[in-house]
Design a protein around this ligand. Structure first.
Ligand SMILES: C[S@@+](CC[C@H](N)C(=O)[O-])C[C@H]1O[C@@H](n2cnc3c(N)ncnc32)[C@H](O)[C@@H]1O
Length: 326
């Protein structure tokens, strides 16, 4: 066998052997088929790390704790008994803050699996909802759900980026961003786009994250950067409320309101996760790559303590596009 053949064989077999070895380390109750799926997901994980939405939504379906919805947000827990109610509450709160009405044409960016669009279409009944989402799989599932609900005439879901909106100027009355703008690269680029596609006087409402604003020193800032990378937040989006307001104003928005609701979002969510993490029903829904002792430890640390979220406040932001924007 020539040296070239040996090298080629090694290049092909070594990564496969490595993948197989890693896949064998994970819990698996589905035999060879399960192992092959784990190998496939490991490859997807590496590939998706380079994708703007990252591997976050591969590893966490977001539905480990939910049963009646497919929301991907952390929820607004005041008066809620479970994550489905809390996530729906958050969609309701955003709609109320945006003063959504039947006269509005709405642009919903980062719509996940379209739960909020189905909810808004049935409750607030805006004239039309157009959705934009970067994740192709979510767009496909969202469209199927809209069709199954018989709401295709009212909800139009498209694949695309919030930072390059495929619409002409002055098209929408309202732009909504339910727990997603911190992902956008960058959030300020999205503000510019939102301002462009809104009619003068149009409204924007966001459920978002801001830095609490304390000066955290070098170690704190390094930790912040690591956290931001984990949550798929570009560093440029790690800003406090004052810079957030300035970003909106620079894009032509006025009357900016930033309401801190952290206490009704993060502590109750963490309590729920801590309470239910070991439930067999929840465990069965965990991604197979998560069902191993190291992942258990990391998930518990990440989701049940303060520090993964520490310097971030959860906020509801509203503003109005000025009559004349820059
Ligand atoms: C935390 S999830 C929230 C989903 C949904 N709003 C909900 O509450 O269930 C963030 C969403 O933002 C989407 N996203 C991330 N970057 C995006 C971008 N640049 N443009 C459009 N959507 C994006 C993701 O695909 C995902 O659907």
């Amino acid at each position: 066998m020539s040296g070239l053949t040996l090298t080629l064989a090694a290049v092909v077999t070594l990564p496969i052997a490595l993948l197989a070895w890693v896949a064998m380390r994970f819990e698996n109750d589905d035999g060879l088929r399960g192992r092959l799926r784990q190998m496939r997901d490991l490859v997807r994980l590496v590939v998706m790390s380079a994708h703007p939405t990252g591997p976050l939504y591969l590893l966490w379906s977001g539905h480990e704790f939910s049963s009646t919805t497919r929301f991907l947000n952390l929820g607004y827990w005041r008066g809620a008994n479970d994550i489905d109610e809390a996530a729906t509450n958050l969609a309701e709160l955003l709609a109320q803050r945006a003063r959504l009405s039947s006269a509005d044409e709405v642009l919903d960016v980062g719509f996940g699996y379209a739960d909020q669009d189905l909810y808004w279409a049935r409750t607030h009944r805006p004239r039309r909802i157009v959705g934009i989402n970067l994740a192709e799989h979510q767009v496909r599932v969202g469209r199927a759900r809209v069709e199954a609900a018989g709401l295709s005439h009212q909800i139009d879901l498209r694949e695309g980026s919030a930072t390059r909106l495929p619409f002409g100027a002055h098209r929408f009355d309202v732009v909504l961003a339910l727990e997603c703008a911190f992902h956008f690269d960058t959030r300020e680029a999205f503000f510019q786009e939102a301002s462009r596609v809104l009619v003068p006087g149009g409204r924007i409402a966001l459920a978002d994250l801001v830095l609490t604003g304390c000066d955290r020193g070098l170690v704190g800032r390094t930790l912040d950067a690591a956290r931001a990378r984990f949550w798929q937040i570009p560093e440029a989006n790690l800003v406090d409320a004052a810079a957030y307001r300035a970003g909106l104003e620079a894009a032509g928005f006025t009357g900016v309101s930033i309401e801190v609701v952290t206490g009704d979002v993060l502590p109750p969510l963490r309590a729920e996760v801590k309470r239910r993490m070991r439930e067999p029903a929840v465990r069965r829904k965990l991604h197979p790559l998560h069902r191993n002792p190291l992942s258990d430890f990391l998930s518990r640390a990440l989701l049940t303590h303060d520090w993964p979220f520490a310097p971030l406040d959860y906020v509801i932001v509203t503003a109005r596009r000025a009559a004349r924007a820059p």
